[in-house]
Design a protein around this ligand. Structure first.
Ligand SMILES: NC(=O)c1ccc[n+]([C@@H]2O[C@H](COP(=O)([O-])OP(=O)(O)OC[C@H]3O[C@@H](n4cnc5c(N)ncnc54)[C@H](O)[C@@H]3O)[C@@H](O)[C@H]2O)c1
Length: 328
C-alpha cells in the first residue's frame, strides 16, 4: 500500500459514525479519499456524531440502516471500496433480542453482498468480523484454523456474515476480506455502558472518579489499539493477497483482566475497582481465556500491532478526560 492508494477514491464505510469506522474515516480523509459514512445512529450502539468532529465537512454522512436495501443499493453504486463495519456488538443483547442481531449481523450482510453483485461487482470489501466466532478456545493462541464454535447468538450471526463475504469472493469474484478483531480500544469507543466492551465502562467510571467492577479477573485477553486496527483495514483493502481471506488481529501480548485494571489505575494515577464473580447470564456466554495468533496477516501483509497497551490506554484516557461529556 502506498499513500496514493486511496487518494481520490470513493469509499463507503458502514457503521462509519461508530468507534472503529470513524477512526478509519479520519485516516482515509487524511489520505485524500472521498468518504461516505452510513450509520443508523441507533442509540444503543456506538454511533456518535461527535466521532467525526473536525472532519464533518470532509465526509458525506447518510443516516440510514444497512437493513434498508433501497438505501444501500443507492449508496453502494460507484464505490471503489466498502468497509463494512455496521454491526450489533453486544453479546448479551444478542441473547435477549436474537432477531435484531440476526437482521443486522447476518441478513443485512447478505443483502449488502447481493447489492454489490447486482450493482457494483468491482468493489473491494473488507468486513469487520470477530474473535467471538471461535467460542471457547481449545488451544492458545488461537489461529485461523481453530474450529468455529460460537457461544452466543452474536457469534453465530457474525460467523455467517463473515462467510457470506468469503462465499461471494469465491463464487462471484467480488473481492472480500474479513478481519477477525479481538478487543479493540481507543478514542471514540462507546464508554456509556458495557455494550461495546467492558473496557468502555471501566474507563468512564475511572474518569468520573468512581469504582468499577472486574468480573473474575483471571481471564487472559489481547487488545488492539484502534490505529493498529485501522492499519489492518487499509492494508487488506489495498492487497490482492487478502482477497477471500479471513485474518486474525491481535495485540502485543496477553494480560489478565485484573492486571489490566491495575495498569489502568496506575496510568490514571488513581482509581479503585472491586473484583466480583461473573453474573450468571454473562458466565454462560463467556469465552474464558483468549488471545490470537496473528502470524497469518503478519507474514502475508506485514501487519503487526505498533502501539503498546500502556501507550494506547494513556491516549485513550487523555481523550476521555477531555471529551467524556460527548459520550454519556
Ligand atoms: N470494538 C471491538 O472490540 C470489536 C471486536 C470484534 C468485532 N468488532 C466489529 O467491528 C465493527 C465495528 O465495531 P465498533 O467497535 O466500531 O462498534 P460501534 O458500535 O461503535 O460501531 C458499529 C456502528 O454500526 C452502526 N450500526 C449498527 N447497526 C446498524 C444498522 N442496522 N445500520 C447502519 N448502521 C448500524 C452503529 O450505529 C455503530 O456506529 C462491528 O461490526 C463489530 O462487530 C468490534
Amino acid at each position: 500500500m502506498n499513500k496514493e492508494t486511496f487518494y481520490g477514491r470513493q469509499i463507503l464505510i458502514t457503521g462509519g459514525l461508530g468507534f472503529i469506522g470513524s477512526n478509519l474515516a479520519r485516516r482515509l480523509v487524511d489520505l485524500g479519499a472521498q468518504v461516505t459514512l452510513v450509520d443508523s445512529l441507533i442509540p444503543e450502539y456506538g454511533g456518535n456524531l461527535f466521532n467525526i468532529a473536525g472532519i464533518e465537512d470532509k465526509v458525506r454522512v447518510n443516516i440510514s440502516d444497512v437493513r434498508d436495501e433501497h438505501s444501500m443499493s443507492y449508496l453502494i453504486q460507484g464505490q471503489d471500496y466498502l468497509f463494512n463495519l455496521a454491526g450489533q456488538t453486544s453479546h448479551l443483547d444478542s441473547m435477549q433480542d436474537p432477531y435484531t442481531d440476526l437482521e443486522i449481523n447476518c441478513r443485512a450482510q447478505l443483502s449488502i453482498l447481493e447489492t454489490c453483485r447486482k450493482h457494483n461487482p468491482n468493489v473491494k470489501i473488507v468486513v469487520a468480523s470477530t474473535r467471538q466466532i471461535y467460542g471457547k478456545p481449545e488451544y492458545l493462541p488461537v489461529n485461523e484454523k481453530h474450529l468455529l464454535c460460537p457461544v452466543d447468538v452474536n457469534g453465530i450471526n457474525k460467523m455467517a456474515g463473515e462467510w457470506y463475504h468469503i462465499l461471494y469472493n469465491n463464487v462471484y469474484g467480488i473481492r472480500t476480506c474479513a478481519l477477525r478483531l479481538t478487543n479493540t480500544y481507543g478514542p471514540r469507543m462507546r464508554v456509556k455502558d458495557a455494550r461495546q466492551t467492558f473496557l468502555g465502562i471501566w474507563i468512564r467510571l475511572l474518569v468520573e472518579g468512581k469504582s468499577f467492577e472486574v468480573w473474575d479477573g483471571h481471564q487472559l485477553r489481547d487488545f488492539t489499539y484502534v490505529d493498529d486496527a485501522v492499519d489492518a483495514f487499509l492494508l487488506t483493502a489495498a492487497s490482492e493477497e487478502a482477497d477471500g481471506q479471513a485474518f486474525n488481529l491481535g495485540g502485543e501480548g496477553t494480560i489478565s483482566l485484573k492486571e489490566l485494571a491495575d495498569l489502568l489505575v496506575e496510568i490514571n494515577g488513581s482509581g479503585e475497582y472491586a473484583v466480583r464473580s461473573f453474573p450468571p447470564n454473562r458466565k454462560q456466554i463467556d469465552i474464558g481465556d483468549y488471545y490470537a495468533d496473528y502470524s497469518l496477516i503478519s507474514s502475508a501483509l506485514g501487519w503487526a500491532p505498533k502501539v503498546s497497551l500502556r501507550e494506547g490506554l494513556t491516549r485513550t484516557l487523555v481523550f476521555y478526560r477531555q471529551y467524556l461529556k460527548h459520550y454519556l
